[in-house]
Ligand binder design. Structure first.
Ligand code: SF4
Ligand code: SF4
Length: 355
């Protein structure tokens, strides 16, 4: 971890620990007030608990021009961003994305789309729906490793994180508490339920919370759609294409719509918000991730809407290219934040249970 980032966050955390004005704002402050001194692991844990709602910045009487120059959202965002790079596996890929995130995300998606378009020349002679363009076997051979590799990389990264913060033993009830907090996005309600200050300075707004929820639930519905398709195919021998009244479509279509709305909203809020209250160097990479996720959902919906027409041949490679780039970049992009945040919320649940 970069010592100067940790040291600056520690300095600010110590001031907050004496002040305690922001006590009820989010999970960071109860966790902070529990400590008398902050190890590097404590600071890393606080950074991953912070949701960058910015409520504490706009409430603070010690921001610049005060000599304390408090900017806790920024200090924690920079440590958080650094922690994802330090724990990333393989380490050499870390940091790649936030240096030139937009170029990497869209270059990779475009490159894969071209390869998929060329592969259409090898399309099977039979098959229905998407499988008329690419056989089921080829799809599985490409996407199964592309799905499993990020899971492996994230598991290794989270194990390193858990050790660094002194995670200790956890129970399923701790994970359940973390899931409830993430599902309700309680850390984005400002502690009073009126929302956060992300994009509107000292005006409270629920926009970021709701767009985040749309993105999270949209993503989970799409995951449920793909999983149910796998069960239907391998478990029940029911092969795609599936009709509108089928589990893959009943989950996938609303999931895709929610993902589009959520990611478009998050990108819009990001453009409005003050970049100096986050990690400015990571802004481009974060925006690239949001736009890539939007591209995945929008092209998925377009492919579905165009089913049965010749346009599918042009749209399908673009959609598959975006999905493949998204999977492979997941451990090194903003997508990793969801996994680290779940680990941080689980650790917080462990500590609360022990109190
Ligand atoms: S952010 Fe400012 S007001 Fe809030 S606890 Fe820290 S020092 Fe106090
Ligand atoms: S930015 Fe929001 S989530 Fe982060 S410490 Fe401040 S109040 Fe808590």
């Amino acid at each position: 971890m970069q010592a100067d980032l940790i040291q600056e966050a520690r300095r600010q955390a110590e001031i907050c620990n004496a002040c305690r004005y922001c006590e009820g704002y989010c999970s960071v402050f109860p966790a902070l007030h529990r400590e008398r001194a902050f190890s590097d692991g404590d600071i890393t844990q606080l950074a991953n608990l912070c949701h960058n709602c910015r409520g504490c910045y706009y409430a603070c009487q010690y921001t610049e021009p005060h000599e304390f120059a408090l900017n806790l959202p920024k200090a924690l965002a920079e440590v958080r961003q650094d922690s994802w790079k330090v724990f990333a596996w393989p380490r050499r890929f870390a940091g790649l994305f936030d240096r030139s995130g937009v170029a990497i995300a869209f270059g990779l998606a475009l490159g894969f789309a071209i390869v998929f378009a060329l592969m259409l020349a090898l399309r099977p002679e039979s098959g229905q729906g998407f499988y008329a363009y690419m056989s089921h076997g080829v799809m599985v051979a490409i996407f199964a490793p592309a799905f499993l590799f990020p899971l492996l990389a994230l598991t290794i990264a989270l194990r390193s994180y858990w050790r660094a913060i002194g995670g200790g033993d956890w129970s399923f009830s701790d994970v359940w508490q973390a899931c409830k907090s993430a599902g309700r996005m309680t850390n984005l309600d400002g502690g009073h339920g009126d929302g956060c200050n992300f994009e509107d300075e000292d005006r409270f707004s629920q926009a970021r919370r709701h767009f985040h929820q749309a993105t999270l639930y949209g993503f989970l519905l799409c995951l449920g759609s793909t999983s149910s398709g796998t069960v239907l195919h391998y478990g029940l021998g029911l092969e795609a294409p599936y009709g509108l009244i089928s589990l893959p479509k009943l989950l996938g279509v609303p999931g895709g719509i929610l993902l589009c709305i959520g990611t478009a909203g998050l990108a819009w809020l990001k453009l409005k918000a003050d970049r100096n209250l986050g990690a400015p160097d990571a802004w481009g990479g974060e925006m690239a991730f949001v736009l890539l996720l939007f591209a995945v959902s929008a092209t998925g919906l377009l492919v579905y809407a165009a089913t049965g027409t010749a346009i599918v041949a042009a749209l399908l490679p673009i959609h598959l290219g975006a999905v493949l780039a998204f999977f492979l970049l997941t451990p090194y992009s903003k997508m990793a934040h969801g996994f680290f945040r779940m680990a941080a919320l689980t650790k917080e649940a462990v500590l609360q249970r022990a109190q």
